[in-house]
Design a protein around this ligand. Structure first.
Ligand SMILES: [Mg+2]
Length: 214
């Protein structure tokens, strides 16, 4: 193991280099700004690869059929709870149906991909929305993503997922190789765990917001 201040082949974590850049003061040792950046890079690259959404939007209504079609998307997988409607809302309203119609008018199929474990919840909601669906989807595991694409006969490049959670919707989308669109949860109230989860997601939400706009 290299000692502190000992130069390695790449010069990383090098006290000598830090000193030459004027970042060593007294007996204390600190990384230069560039080295600190380099040291954090592996973590950043993992965060970017797995937890960063390609796109962000405030809610689903910011996502238009025209924008999706322009990007070449033909299938929009959508999380149900807190993305399409708040938890506990059993049926889609007219606004949501009109949004589905806008997507369809641009050749984009809305497909509900829900982790809800109650068999009836995604089934009743999706049937009322006249949308295909998979319930108890097991996101972020990829099998339900792949199954949905296979069922609809589209490629990964033609598919996107929209959801309100980083560790299921965004991670699952990235693992499946499709584009992820992260929206804000509709309502956090009702379960303290949702606030904790949202707090844990904040760094990745900030990272995602630096990405592309639809
Ligand atoms: Mg959700």
């Amino acid at each position: 193991m290299k000692k502190r201040g000992e130069a390695d082949s790449e010069g990383a974590w090098s006290g000598e280099k830090a000193a030459s850049q004027g970042s060593q003061s007294g007996s204390g040792f600190c990384l230069s700004r560039s080295e600190s950046h380099r040291a954090s890079w592996p973590l950043r690259s993992v965060a970017t690869a797995w937890f960063r959404a390609r796109f962000t939007a405030r809610d689903i209504y910011e996502i238009t059929g025209e924008a999706l079609a322009r990007r070449g998307f033909q299938l929009l997988l959508a999380d149900l709870d807190n993305t399409l409607v708040p938890y506990g809302v059993p049926l889609p309203d007219e606004k949501l149906k009109a949004w589905r119609d806008d997507l369809a008018a641009h050749g984009v199929t809305l497909f509900v991909l829900s982790n809800n474990r109650h068999e009836a919840r995604p089934r009743i909601f999706s049937e009322a929305l006249d949308a295909p669906y998979i319930g108890h989807a097991g996101k972020p595991k990829t099998h339900s993503f792949l199954k949905a694409m296979e069922r609809m006969g589209v490629t990964k490049e033609q598919t996107a997922i929209v959801g309100d959670q980083v560790f299921t919707d965004v991670l699952g989308g990235n693992l499946a190789g499709i584009s992820a669109i992260l929206v804000e949860p509709i309502r956090l109230a009702g379960n303290p765990g949702r606030y904790l989860r949202y707090a844990a997601e904040v760094p990745f939400r900030l990272l995602s917001k630096k990405g592309e706009r639809l």
